[in-house]
Design a protein around this ligand. Structure first.
Ligand code: 13P
Ligand code: SF4
Length: 300
């Protein structure tokens, strides 16, 4: 029996459900029960009725699943798979800001720790950030932790005062204007799609800006025959499935989130065999974080 068959067998034996983000390796996406963006995965995690959720992504995603569905055993195949941006916001610093600025609402991107979510008014993902900021009942917003997504939201929501935290995704930040211009020169007939975690200069060059699921939706309908992809390479696996007729070109050759690639077939197999590594969130933190996440789910 090969490793994938054994994973399928263990899934059935243990009544486990595998959730995977678009950025994990294609082999993992293919063995998953559900593949999605952060928002879709949060919604799905809440509804899972198996006994175990195996989360193939980064830690904050597994933590969100545990917060939303606390009765389930949630495991992550590699416990050190951590979103580099999520560590850039610190709960104590946000609490201090709130003390000094009580008229601000804190809107926190889900790419953050449970501790940070717990001191936030509401969460958002890249798919609903504009909507959440528009709808939140405050004129002044602190947007945490992504300065690029925050500045994207500020461009769209002109009637609110938006302060942005100084966090960023090192993987998206690395894409330079020179890289993007080179790709465009090499492929003059291609369209350019980017994730809002990219810098403003890059977003301004793009034909489409959207979350991973929004990029997928956009590409499904496009008449273009070549697409330059301004986000993590894992998404190309799904893009190719949707549109095998299109040539996809990564905006820069190393557009890879090493943290997302920590989930390998071997680690997934071991995770199911040993039911490791279990994700726990202290109930006092989970309770407050849940309020911020649920508010987001209601709005979107
Ligand atoms: P999505 O919310 O678009 O899935 O993005 C998550 C992420 O980590 C982007 O780097
Ligand atoms: Fe975090 Fe960036 Fe990786 Fe997304 S691509 S999980 S934001 S480090």
């Amino acid at each position: 029996m090969d490793k994938i068959e054994r994973i399928e067998e263990l899934k059935r034996e243990k009544n486990a459900v595998i959730l995977a983000h678009y950025y994990v390796d294609g082999a993992i996406q293919d063995v998953a029960d559900f593949v999605g963006d952060s928002l879709e995965l949060a919604r799905k995690a809440k509804k899972v009725d198996g006994d175990i959720i195996v989360f193939c992504g980064v830690y904050f995603m597994a933590e969100t699943a545990k917060i939303l569905n606390p009765e389930k055993k949630v495991i992550i195949p590699y416990y050190k798979a951590d979103c580099l941006m999520a560590d850039m916001a610190i709960a104590e610093e946000i609490e201090e800001f709130k003390k000094d600025n009580p008229d601000y609402a804190v809107v926190t991107y889900v790419n953050s720790s449970a501790d940070v979510k717990a001191v936030s008014d509401i969460c958002c993902t890249s798919a609903n950030a504009v909507k959440v900021v528009e709808k939140v009942d405050a004129e002044k917003i602190l947007f945490v932790p992504d300065r690029n997504l925050g500045s994207y939201v500020a461009e769209k929501v002109k009637d609110k005062k938006i302060k942005v935290w100084n966090g960023y995704c090192p993987v998206h930040q690395k894409l330079t204007v020179e890289d993007a211009e080179r790709r465009r020169r090499e492929n003059p007939d291609a369209i350019f799609v980017v994730h809002p975690e990219c810098k403003k200069e890059i977003r301004d060059m793009a034909d489409f800006v959207g979350s991973t699921s929004q990029i997928l939706e956009f590409v499904k309908e496009t008449t273009a025959k070549k697409v330059i992809v301004g986000t993590e390479e894992g998404i190309i696996h799904q893009l190719r499935k949707e549109r095998p007729d299109i040539e996809f070109i990564l905006a820069y050759s190393e557009f890879v989130c090493d943290q997302m690639k920590m989930t390998t077939v071997d680690r997934l197999l071991k995770a199911l065999e040993r039911e490791q590594f279990e994700v726990e969130v202290p109930e006092e933190i989970a309770e407050r974080a849940r309020v911020a996440i649920e508010k987001m789910l209601e709005i979107s």
